[in-house]
Design a protein around this ligand. Structure first.
Ligand code: B12
Length: 212
């Protein structure tokens, strides 16, 4: 994506200028930008930048919250495209691991399933394991996806996976999220039928393979 546009968007985002951010996204959608590119090159890129600014005390928690909420509202601009996709009867259940409050990545993953003609059920943050297992039991998905942003939550993800595996022996489970930048992939892939997926690009390849 054009650097000047990125800088301009970032400036508007940090100022809380929702209208300008919306105008930029609406223009990109009118130019038929791929949703995957919009999500990673604009939304993810700017939120990672927000994280760096926050970590180094150059912006306040209030500004970070504002940028996050603007981004979440902009994702809904994609929804007309999302909901017009045909459905092929495959289902994915995506949620954040227990104790995880970062939901945008998981939401993007659920949207990618929808865009690829699946039902992408997103259960949000910190969903209790028992409720998630009941939901899986009721909906019988073809795959479950778990998102992890905080590396210290890895033991919860192991516990979460154990709980799913004890009831659903063959259900494919995919993992993702930036916690894995600090390790943990081998630990999760010790479980049968599990896979770490590092990007939305790799996720599309996975979905295409599962759609056949
Ligand atoms: C917004 C934000 C918050 C918000 C989240 C609100 C919300 N509605 O989601 C709030 C305020 C709740 C928050 C809280 C905290 N946060 Co925070 N947060 C962020 C921030 C700025 C943006 C997160 C985001 O949306 N990123 C954009 C998305 C799109 O990126 P993503 O999550 O990586 O997702 C992509 C991929 O990873 C992948 N993916 C993600 N999930 C999955 C799942 C599957 C199945 C697959 C296949 C792929 C996949 O696909 C996505 C698209 O490419 C990040 C900065 C950053 N680098 O992201 C910090 C960040 C994640 N937070 C951090 C921290 C430390 C915290 C707190 C501990 C702070 C505190 N002291 O309280 C708490 C922890 C809360 C908790 N228990 O979860 C650190 C984590 C560092 C670490 N070592 O783990 C970061 C990196 C900031 C930093 N630089 O220090 N945070």
């Amino acid at each position: 994506m054009d650097k000047q546009l990125l800088d301009h968007y970032m400036e508007a985002l940090l100022q809380g200028n929702r209208h300008e951010c919306q105008r930029i996204v609406t223009d990109l959608l009118a130019d038929e930008i791929e949703i995957r590119i919009l999500y990673t090159d604009l939304f993810q890129h700017s939120l990672y930048r927000v994280g760096e600014l926050w970590e180094t005390n150059r912006i306040s928690v209030a500004v970070e919250h504002l940028a996050t909420s603007i981004t979440e509202s902009l994702m809904s601009l994609v929804y007309p495209q999302l909901f017009s996709a045909e459905h092929i009867g495959k289902k994915a259940v995506i949620s954040c691991a227990v104790n995880e409050y970062h939901q945008i990545g998981g939401k993007m993953v659920a949207d990618m399933f929808e865009l690829n003609e699946w039902d992408g059920h997103f259960l949000g943050v910190n969903t209790p394991m028992e409720d998630q297992i009941r939901f899986i039991h009721d909906t019988r998905p073809d795959v479950v996806g778990l998102s992890l942003s905080i590396y210290s939550n890895l033991p919860m993800l192991v516990k979460h996976t154990n709980a799913i595996r004890s009831t659903f022996k063959d259900l494919p489970i995919i993992y993702g999220g930036q916690a894995f930048r600090w390790g943990g992939v081998e630990k999760m892939e010790q479980f049968s039928k599990t896979q770490y997926i590092s990007s939305l690009d790799a996720l599309e390849t996975f979905i295409n393979g599962m759609s056949k």
